[in-house]
Design a protein around this ligand. Structure first.
Ligand code: SAH
Length: 254
């Protein structure tokens, strides 16, 4: 499955994360684990409670992005609505989109005023924003490096003049660290941040999908080729970072 397929929206039977979010919202706990499988890694688990984090529980990188967000804000892949709710509490105007029907329903019930089931890449969605938020490894949705140009083209359609994207991601190079501290990356292989994931919650198993982690340098390189400036705003504790991106050539009619 490719999240870039414009028309793609999930259905409840293929929406493990949405099912886990709905369970947690309704019962205050989850009936099972939200499991993550990948051909590159051992089985892992996402603590569903984390998807309901409050502003104070968020990592600094996310707090900065929320504080910097201005004007009309688009929260992409909004999940349970944790960022959208924090923004509303700050008095900011936010539109939260997600392909998960169950997450969108939970967002509405939690009080997100403008929550909609929309795929970011659906070009029939043509509104304009001053801030676009891509948080919790926001580059993930892009899937693969080769999709970055399509992503930036889409961002140009959605951004108002002067608008900015705030994205967090991680450099997975640490997975290739040798005992002497050097990094052994196979340059002939696919980019090391390109993963495939599949999630399962109870009996609900989603299709597998591409998920991209991108280091800051590679992101900046692609961004500049697509006419975007990239600023490193803050580094996290473990190879993670927050970047701010914006088109470099807003026409200046002086
Ligand atoms: N931002 C939330 C959730 C992150 S998980 C948080 O920080 O807690 C990523 C979310 O992106 C999932 O809810 C998934 O359904 C959604 N998503 C994936 N591809 C998408 C796309 N193309 N358009 C909109 N949402 C998408």
């Amino acid at each position: 499955m490719n999240y870039l397929k414009r028309s793609l929206l999930l259905t409840p039977d293929k929406d493990p994360m949405g099912t886990a979010i709905a369970d947690y919202f309704h019962y205050g706990r989850t009936a099972g684990k939200l499991r993550v499988y990948s051909s590159q890694f051992e089985e892992d688990e996402i603590p569903v409670k984390q998807l309901f984090r409050s502003f104070n529980e968020m990592p600094l990188l996310e707090q900065i992005a929320l504080q910097q967000a201005t004007g009309r804000i688009l929260d992409v892949g909004a999940g349970s609505g944790c960022h959208a709710l924090a923004l509303q509490e700050m008095g900011k105007e936010v539109c939260a989109i997600d392909i998960s029907p169950l997450s969108v329903e939970v967002m509405k019930q939690r009080g997100v005023r403008n929550a909609r089931q929309i795929n970011l890449f659906d070009e029939t969605f043509m509104e304009n924003f001053d801030t676009i938020l891509m948080l919790m490894n926001g580059s993930g949705i892009v899937g693969k490096l080769e999709n970055l140009p399509v992503f930036f083209k889409r961002m140009k359609q959605l951004l108002r003049p002067g608008g900015k994207i705030w994205m967090d991601s991680s450099d997975l190079c640490y997975l290739f660290e040798e005992e002497d501290g050097s990094f052994l990356v196979d340059l002939a292989a696919d980019y090391y941040g390109e993963l495939d994931y599949q999630m399962q919650y109870r009996k609900v198993k989603g299709d597998s999908f591409d998920w991209l982690y991108v280091d800051f340098q590679t992101l900046s390189l692609y961004a500049s080729q697509c006419g975007f400036e990239t600023k490193l705003i803050q580094q996290g504790n473990h190879y993670d970072y927050l970047a701010c991106l914006y088109p470099c050539c807003y026409v200046n009619n002086k």
